[in-house]
Design a protein around this ligand. Sequence first.
Ligand code: NAD
Ligand code: MG
Length: 398
Amino acid sequence: MTAVRQITILGATGSIGASALDVIARHPDRFAVAALASNRRWENLLELVRRFQPPFAALLDPGAARELEAAAKREGLRTRVLTGSAGLCEVATLPEVDTVIAAIVGAAGLPSTLAAARAGKRILLANKETLVLAGALFIGAAREAGAVLLPIDSEHNAIFQCLPPSTAAERGPAGVRRILLTASGGPFRATPLAELERVTPEQACAHPRWRMGRKISVDSATMMNKGLEVIEAHWLFGCAREQIEVLIHPESVVHSLVEYVDGSVLAQLGNPDMRTPIAQALAWPERVAAGVAPLDLAQIGTLNFAAPDPLRFPCLELAYGALHDGGSAPATLNAANEVAVAAFLDRRAGFLDIAGVCAETLSRLPARRVESLDDALAADDEARALAGRLLERQALSA
Ligand code: NAD
Ligand code: MG
């Protein structure tokens, strides 16, 4: 009988947090919640604290943390409440914690995820932005501290499962010719191009296959998500940019594929449910039930594949370009995208402005070296400020 894994969830109140807690709750003999962390919605975190009674909880926002602390005390809960960036880093590095689920959305997840890597934790990585902002730094820190990285982004988890066990966690696995990342194509895969200008946040967030947070849902609609995942795959698996290809697969049943030099192509299949990759990584190298319905291929019948259309999905090319330029370019792209997506969700920008602002920000900020967390955060800051100004200018001229 293995020891019960003590788990911290960063981003516990989000969509990945909910899926992770669902799997954890199915296996109290294997998994225990040590700490839950999120941004500022203290009522949502309180609900989880009531249910899982973790020793620690953390909220980034100090006012919200005080509310949570008071409410927990009133209810006789013994959870200790921490706050601020330091509080998030503390729950990511507690000595009694062996596993950290990194599921904060956006660049905001970088400091605590990096802290977990430096502390040598087993990291279940959903926050792809960490690798986009500071891939070399994060991978180097994880290797130095002996942190085990287990991807739970569904595509990367699929690739991880298709690589030989001995090399899956290493860089540049031998014998691999290509990695094929599948993409559903999102809600606008077949929308006439002329209509994209007017699509709404509601339409963009209505993903045909996956239920996810709003930011990643918009990223799926622009396919920036897949672009960020190309960068994520580069760092996780040590593959060159030319070895990573994207394949549209609207059914979202084949979660990604690995092609070997002998012509073999291995794929991982399953229903589109994040509990599968989360359970695979939580139990790795064992397997546990995830509550996911069995895949019924006879009922599905047909699986389709197509190359992505670069005119429809310009963000994909921007991401390949940023990976090519290296240094701070991916961080710049990510920051511009976060600002533009937030503006789109707020109805301050149109859908097509997202790619436009990202391209413009990238072209105005030359890539610089990223050697420290501060370098990554400085590139992030600078790109956010510029993208914000570009959006304002656009709003004035509209
Ligand atoms: P979400 O919006 O549903 O949840 C985000 C979580 O992060 C919430 O708990 C929120 O409180 C927290 N958070 C936000 N800003 C924060 C901050 N500044 N400090 C601390 N916590 C903060 O997002 P999600 O869909 O669960 O996605 C989380 C991450 O997982 C993203 O990086 C996304 O790309 C990745 N991911 C998600 C899915 C999915 O199916 N949802 C799939 C693959 C990868
Ligand atoms: Mg994914």
